[in-house]
Design a protein around this ligand. Structure first.
Ligand code: PGA
Length: 250
């Protein structure tokens, strides 16, 4: 049985003092869950988040990283920098980064490799636009994105990658994919991984759903056969909402 992984993506929100109070309040509310709990926070909050989460079951992730180790890349943060302070996870290829910051399948692939090289677990985002969905290309798009993101990884690395299927039209819009649609897309991604890396790998890989997941729709989504967790934006900024999603099965 795959575990459920509930990850918050704070995006560009929260100052250090808010980070400390949010995690302090959240920790006792999620301490008894058997689900994995991750918060992906802005770079400037990482250190505070790591300190506050010490001794709890909350893991900390970043929202991006550069693929190079070091050098003349003003403003960038490398995988080794993240790992050196104790970060465990990193979101790679979020649709907002693809859309606004020129992230491509190629840079995503380089970043995923660099993440593993530095002992970070990548949460790789894939997802189609509304236009792509309406023209019947969604499955092709998301399976291609997945294949390209994972290119050159070992089977074990693929099995340890978390994939977040996030239909772009559902992010921050209040629109969620139906439970069946989300499950169907995730099945297609798993099938592609099975074709390339075999069934053992495809049955181990965690594939989350993301896009307007909230306490009112989380349980139904998370109970679907192939949805192994959620990547949660807006609802991860409120202790009540995020803890309710983490505790969907309690
Ligand atoms: P949302 O964001 O939950 O606010 O739709 C999800 C995401 O972008 O990861």
């Amino acid at each position: 049985m795959r575990r459920k992984v509930i990850a918050g993506n704070w995006k560009m929100n929260m100052l250090p003092n808010e980070t400390i109070s949010m995690i302090t309040e959240l920790a006792p509310k999620v301490k008894d869950t058997k689900n994995e709990v991750i918060l992906c926070v802005p770079y400037t909050d990482l250190f505070y988040a790591l300190l506050t989460a010490q001794g709890t079951n909350i893991k900390i992730g970043a929202q991006n990283m550069h693929f190079e180790e070091k050098g003349a890349y003003t403003g960038e943060i490398s995988g080794s920098m993240l790992r050196s302070i104790g970060v465990e996870y990193v979101i790679i290829g979020h649709s907002e980064r693809r859309q606004y910051f020129g992230e491509t399948d190629e840079t995503v692939n380089k970043k995923v490799k660099a993440a593993f090289k530095n002992g970070l677990k990548p949460i790789v985002c894939v997802g189609e636009t509304l236009e792509q969905r309406e023209s019947g290309k969604a499955f092709e798009i998301i399976t291609n994105q997945t294949q390209k993101a994972l290119e050159g990884l070992t089977e074990d690395q693929v099995a340890n990658t978390i994939i977040a299927y996030e239909p772009i039209w559902a992010i921050g819009t209040g629109k969620t994919a139906t439970n069946d649609d989300a499950n169907e897309s995730i099945k297609k991604i798993r099938k592609k991984i099975c074709q390339i890396y075999g069934q053992n790998v495809s049955e181990r890989v965690i594939i989350q759903y993301g896009g307007s997941m909230k306490p009112t729709n989380a349980k139904k989504l998370l109970e679907m056969s192939d949805i192994d967790g959620g990547l949660i934006g807006g609802a991860s900024l409120k202790v009540e909402d995020f803890s309710a999603i983490v505790n969907f099965d309690r």
